[in-house]
Design a protein around this ligand. Sequence first.
Ligand SMILES: Nc1ncnc2c1ncn2[C@@H]1O[C@H](COP(=O)(O)OP(=O)(O)O)[C@@H](O)[C@H]1O
Ligand SMILES: [Mg+2]
Length: 315
Amino acid sequence: MVTHNQLSTTDIAIKNLYVSFPVKTGLVQAVDNISVTFKHGQITGIIGESGCGKSVLGQAILGILPEYVQRCGQILYRDANIFADNTVIPNFYGQEFALIPQNPGEALNPLRKTGKQFNDILLTAGINDPDDNYKISLLQFFGLADGRRVLAAYPHELSGGMLQRVLGAMSICCGPAWLVADEPTKGLDETACAVVYENLGKIKTKKDLGMLVITHDLQLARSLCDTIAVMYAGQLVEYGPHVLNAPKHPYTQAFLAALPENGFQPLTGLPPAPQDNLQGCRFAPRCKSSMTLCHKEAPPACTVGTAEVRCFLYA
Ligand SMILES: Nc1ncnc2c1ncn2[C@@H]1O[C@H](COP(=O)(O)OP(=O)(O)O)[C@@H](O)[C@H]1O
Ligand SMILES: [Mg+2]
């Protein structure tokens, strides 16, 4: 693990995390031995192909995995193992961790005025009867000048872009230490996407916050994130601040080379099926640089400059 500076209690320290789903054909290993520390005060982007375990990792941190998962490992936060029980932390949802929902249509109640929905969220943090000026100032921060009208409106009376801004204001209204956004731009049209970029950029200016942004949108990751974590088949293969400009792991290199702006050289083959109990490096069957050892043993985490890379090329 690369530790750039001292661990703080508001960092998220993940240790040997495993999450698997029992299915008819066996076990789907969604997260496979991940150890990493996400630094508070930084924006970390979690990237990787669809199905590689990004959302499950986010759900593990938020404590919202289904009951039936098989799990092991620790997620340490404020000196507690929140993976075992996050209710030991007072106001875990709202004041410690908040979520940026993907879609206003699903996140907001169409039959309740936005001001009332704001109050519902503030109530979870024990704030009864909140001051309208606080809500209005948050809406202004997210670019809505007429906050009083917005608070008095039902969601259908506001445009899609305005609703995105309302969600931005709601996401930080309880002053969370951490925000988690899972695919915040997925499926959005260009206008809504631009508002999400703007919202996240605004939130970034708040230095007392950590953010995890799970995304397939590498433009977003590039413009927003301080650190990037790359996942492949349930494992973290590379982690560091310059991953998108100077990728070290053969998977990260191939993933980036497949982008249209980098020449669109597709990565051949498929990731292993989740039930495949591959020995060694999970990327080895697709890797141009693989050696015999890669098929037999799991690679160690190697420090390469500012990055941590799980690959025998650097061992
Ligand atoms: N509730 C579930 N039951 C069974 N398998 C699941 C469940 N949720 C996720 N998975 C599996 O876990 C793996 C990781 O999924 P996910 O974290 O959603 O991937 P992504 O990187 O696209 O967010 C996938 O193989 C997915 O099919
Ligand atoms: Mg996902």
